[in-house]
Design a protein around this ligand. Structure first.
Ligand code: SAH
Length: 406
């Protein structure tokens, strides 16, 4: 008997993934993942198709639960259920979704939020943002991509929404070897959706927009910054559809200028400002953020409140050093255009840049601008983006608000 034959192909009707002896350190510490190099990769295991549900066993064949398999990905097993006898069917999906929904309904008065935050809500790789009667789903793992219709059906049943979009635009899909296009699974969508948030109306383009259309994760940070904005002249850099700027205007800012490289995002920001009744106080500039900040600084422009919320400059560990340099550069340029006694908020959505490394980069940049700062608040993603205690990756957003010297 070879070692290959020794491993049962199936436990009941299921394939088996087995950990090597002493492997699974993160899994046993609470992470819902097993990595490729932790697994016994015999001939049978290699044949398990991506997206299949397998029983995970330890090296002594003790069942540990059910995992979704993808041997094309470094994360080769994602924990679905600690009960090896569970059925991953419509009822199982509905239970997970209902549990996620109960939290959001407790948190929010209106149905606009991140409904499913992947592993943390027990649906590995699945992101769902809810916009009233529409859900935008990113099935960023093979098991979920294959079951997209079934998940959409469960979403409709549990939440009552009619429209479900599949968004195939995330970077994570590439790492999982997933292809396919963004498409409407059910219902209809006509134009951008109005999202009431932070006292303003935002416009989210669920069809062609970035991410799923809106950055719900920044909601509490928008709200905090808005409290600093009464009577202020505000600069929102990397604004997207005006997340910080519109909240600032709702909070009583005199004026807000939004800068972004994306024309469609700025058009939505302007329309959001119009529908919020902020016309005349809001303006946009399409530009590269670094160029625009440099020009504003050289022109002697100063703002009372400045926010910089760039895309992930350090999307992976290998990009970390360059990413931190870019964050420091943003901090330096932004500190220059922040007036005496003004408030500066610097954000990062890179998990690889951990909070202390990001803080150090921000302080370096502020000092290079010749400024002193007090840190007022270190914000994170809102509670509709809960963290998984065993998965540091689920804590990614940092929003530091400083008051600069007078
Ligand atoms: N602050 C927003 C989210 C910002 S997302 C909110 O709270 O809702 C990051 C934004 O940066 C995107 O809209 C993207 O178009 C923009 N962006 C990326 N690189 C840029 C660059 N070099 N110059 C200007 N904008 C850029």
């Amino acid at each position: 008997m070879t070692e290959d034959d020794d491993i049962p192909l199936e436990a009941g009707a299921r394939p088996v993934l087995r950990l090597k002896p002493k492997a699974g350190r993160r899994f046993f510490a609470g992470a819902p993942w097993v990595y490729q190099d932790e697994l016994v990769l015999d001939r049978r295991t290699r044949k398990i198709p991506a997206g299949a549900v397998a029983e995970l066993q330890d090296a002594e064949r003790k069942p540990l639960g059910l995992v979704a398999v993808n041997l094309e990905s470094g994360i080769s097993g994602r924990l679905l259920d600690r009960d090896p006898g569970a059925e991953i069917d419509g009822a199982w999906l509905r239970t997970r979704i209902a549990r996620a929904l109960a939290l959001r309904e407790r948190l929010f008065d209106t149905p606009f939020y991140r409904l499913i935050h992947a592993e943390t809500d027990g649906l590995p790789g699945v992101i769902v943002d809810r916009f009233g009667d529409a859900c935008v789903m990113q099935p960023n793992a093979a098991w979920a991509d294959q079951r997209a219709e079934e998940i959409a059906q469960a979403l409709r049943e549990v939440t009552g929404v009619s429209t479900v979009m599949l968004n195939a635009g995330s970077r994570a899909r590439g790492l999982e070897g997933l292809t396919g296009e963004t498409r409407l699974i059910s219902g209809a969508l006509e134009g951008p959706v109005e999202v009431p948030m932070n006292g303003a109306v935002y416009l989210a383009d669920l069809l062609g927009g970035q991410k799923t259309g809106l950055y719900f994760d920044q909601r509490p940070n928008h709200a905090f910054v808005a409290r600093l904005c009464r009577g202020a002249r505000v600069l929102d850099v990397f604004s997207h559809v005006g997340g910080f700027a519109l909240a600032a205007l709702a909070g009583g800012a005199d004026s807000a200028l939004a800068i972004d490289g994306s024309e469609p995002a700025l058009a939505l920001a302007s329309e959001g400002a119009r529908r919020s009744g902020f016309e005349g106080r809001f303006s946009v500039r399409r530009a590269d953020a670094f160029d625009a900040l440099t020009e504003l600084g050289e022109a002697g422009e100063r703002f009372d409140v400045v926010i910089c919320d760039p895309p992930a400059f350090a999307p992976s560990k290998s990009a970390l050093q360059n990413g931190l340099r870019a964050y420091a550069r943003v901090a330096r340029l932004a500190a220059r255009v922040t007036g005496p006694g003004g408030y500066l908020t610097l954000c990062s959505c890179s998990h690889a840049a951990d909070p202390s490394a990001f803080r150090a980069a921000c302080v370096r940049g502020i000092e290079q601008a010749g400024r002193q700062a007090q840190l007022l608040r270190a914000g994170e993603a809102g509670p509709d983006h809960p963290e998984h205690p065993g998965l540091a990756e689920t804590s990614y957003l940092k929003a530091l608000t400083y008051r600069l010297d007078g």
